[in-house]
Design a protein around this ligand. Sequence first.
Ligand SMILES: Cc1cc2nc3c(=O)[nH]c(=O)nc-3n(C[C@H](O)[C@H](O)[C@H](O)COP(=O)(O)OP(=O)(O)OC[C@H]3O[C@@H](n4cnc5c(N)ncnc54)[C@H](O)[C@@H]3O)c2cc1C
Length: 447
Amino acid sequence: MRIAIIGGGAAGTLFVANWLKRASSTDELIWMEQSGNFGAGLAYSEANQDYHILNVRAGQMHAYTDDPNHFLRWMNGNGFPCNPEDFIARKLYGRYLKAIADKCLTDSRVQGFTQEVISLSEKNQAWEIKLIDTTIISCDSIILATGNLLPARPTALPPALNNHPAYQRNPWHYNTPTNPDATILLLGAGLTMIDQLLHLQAIEHRGKIISLSPHGFLPLAHPTFPQKWPLDESLMLAHRSPLEWLRFFREQIQKAQAGKYDVFAVADAFRPYVQTIWQSWNKTEHEAFRQHLRHRWAQLRHRLPMKVAKKIDVLKNSGQLEIHAGRLLEVTNEGERLRVRWQVRGTGEIKAMDVDLLVNCTGPSSRFESDGSVLLKNLLAENILIQDAEQLGFAALPSGALKKPDGNSYTHAFALGNLLRGTLWEITAVPDIRKHIGQVLDLLLAK
Ligand SMILES: Cc1cc2nc3c(=O)[nH]c(=O)nc-3n(C[C@H](O)[C@H](O)[C@H](O)COP(=O)(O)OP(=O)(O)OC[C@H]3O[C@@H](n4cnc5c(N)ncnc54)[C@H](O)[C@@H]3O)c2cc1C
């Protein structure tokens, strides 16, 4: 079998590493990464600073499905003493991934290409991959691991301001404002916004920093001593609407707290069931969850290491950081600055502020048609793939097998990571991606 994997970031690397352990000596793998940097990808690149640390404990960040101590061994063996409960620097994790990718690329079954893939086509269950230099490569199976897009332009920001120097679309780039007293608006309140805060704090930025998001919920901190809530699995099998799940979740929290467990223990116990719950809902239920519950869930789920939470508290308590809940209404050009009008959540009051920099931390865009790479746009335009009903990712089966425009699925084309958000919802963190890769390999190698 000849398999092609498009994307050499975190998901691609985990896939190739696990594939090599299980493939036969005659199987072949073609691995395409446009940047030539196989391994770390966006999240774990060297552009991160020491204070950008993993939000998942080291003990859960191993690359191999069958070797839970692999990452800990790598850390300790490379002079970085590390315990399973530690949160380590993301760029160090990137070096771990790079070491794995480098080793994979020395295997004679793997051929790496530093090329952008621009289109794919399928005929009689065989795939052709077109590279930007017009080379065509043939293979039997395709794995898409192309990662996250930049955030979408907020509708309140006119297209003409897209390139305004005071608007920063890329939240994973860490700017040092020339004016240390600049007023900075961070649009969003999630982990990406936190990364920007950590950066501004580290460079001793003095100006006001404002976070504006629909609810103003910042991620909560991981407890110092994680607890395990003994959830009865049979209770998780019932079909419930989002509202019924909320009630059930609250009941569990009450019971847990009576037994001296914290809310995080309950969230952690629910976490493994999120993909199944998401799949049991219809489009209306998905929309209800996204509109009313998503932000609360994200706050519990995307947690901060305690030492990061303490740093954010310093910014909040000093008054330098303001957290606002509301809706962005309009952004206009005020010379070198931007004027932002927004509506306060709850009261409807309309407020305005002038900012020197607006950083879009609203999360990766899922509008593949407008914001996608050449490849993603071509896959839609050439009717090879379709987006899911809510336009959150590509339409796929729960296995990750990609769907054709006629609704049937390809037997030999899969996606990994955030590209499956519409199908699985909870498929961003390394433990989820790794588990999913194990399932894809079971299917691919069984053929
Ligand atoms: C800032 C950030 C921090 C995170 N922190 C954590 C964390 O602490 N713990 C955790 O568990 N999860 C974390 N995550 C989530 C998760 O681990 C990442 O999203 C994960 O890295 C996704 O891997 P990926 O391979 O899908 O994407 P990436 O790692 O971004 O890789 C995609 C690769 O595909 C390449 N590519 C794209 N298109 C093409 C093409 N057409 N041709 C060739 N190559 C192409 C790109 O160049 C890129 O290298 C974080 C995510 C982000 C964004």
